[in-house]
Design a protein around this ligand. Structure first.
Ligand code: HEM
Length: 225
């Protein structure tokens, strides 16, 4: 087996894949959260921004070329992230069945269980979210291209905002543990840095949750219309 193949099959290799794809998704989430805050600049600015994202690179490259490259890249990152998580979970279950029957690290198993179910909830949320605000099948009155209007109408329903808030809290918990694990896998684990890693992961998770939750709640409170 080549060195790359044996690294891929090793637990460390899978953790590295999870960390790298997790970092890619994390950067997307930060960018997306900051972009959403542009909704406070008003309909024209927000719709222009959305159009810019869709047509980036045009006319140098085809009109929707870059956004599709981005979508495929993100989808691949999600696929590798989820598949590696699944493989690591199967591996840890097999290892547990063979040994460690008595010794159980409860805090670790709690964290990893939250990661698993939180991850599934986030996946379900993203599917609903795309049908809600990108393709419109889950939106009560979708107008293609009028992202601002779709945003305001979409978040006028308290149940929808409630689901978004729950999903963002799940995302925040996932990021809290995920950023911590990622920095560990990528080599920043040292007693000297551990407190700093813990507080940075927590602060980043809080910023992401608050940043995402503010615009839908502002719509619900009538601060955006
Ligand atoms: C309160 C939280 C969120 C709000 C208000 C929000 C808002 C939006 C809006 C308005 C769009 C449509 C943009 C357009 O059509 O131009 C969009 C698309 C999208 N959002 Fe979110 N989003 C949120 C959270 C998230 C999260 C947590 C994720 C991923 C973990 C995510 C992933 C996506 C994806 C993948 C798209 C589709 C992009 C595309 O292919 O065009 N969103 N979001």
């Amino acid at each position: 087996m080549s060195r790359t193949a044996s690294l891929y099959h090793s637990t460390v290799g899978k953790k590295v894949l999870m960390a790298v794809t997790g970092l890619i998704l994390f950067l997307f989430v930060i960018g997306h959260m900051l972009g959403n805050l542009k909704v406070f600049e008003g309909p024209e600015s927000f719709n222009q921004y959305a159009e810019f994202l869709r047509t980036m690179g045009y006319p140098l490259i085809p009109r929707y070329g870059l956004i599709w490259v981005g979508r495929i890249f993100l989808l691949a990152a999600v696929g590798v992230h989820v598949y590696s998580a699944w493989q690591l979970w199967v591996r840890s279950r097999l290892a547990r069945a063979e040994g460690y029957r008595k010794v159980k690290d409860l805090s670790f198993s709690y964290a990893s269980r939250t990661m698993r179910w939180g991850g599934v909830l986030i996946l379900l949320f993203v599917v609903y979210h795309i049908l809600h605000l990108t393709t419109g099948q889950a939106h009560p009155d979708f107008v293609p291209g009028d992202v601002y209007r779709n945003f305001i109408v979409g978040f006028s329903n308290p149940l929808v905002v409630g689901f978004y808030v729950v999903a963002q809290v799940a995302l925040g918990l996932h990021l809290y543990h995920g950023v911590w694990s990622m920095t560990q896998t990528l080599g920043a684990s040292h007693p000297k840095y551990d407190r700093w890693r813990r507080s940075t992961s927590g602060a980043l998770a809080i910023v992401v949750v608050v940043g995402f939750v503010i615009p839908p709640v502002a719509v619900l409170l009538g601060l955006l219309s």
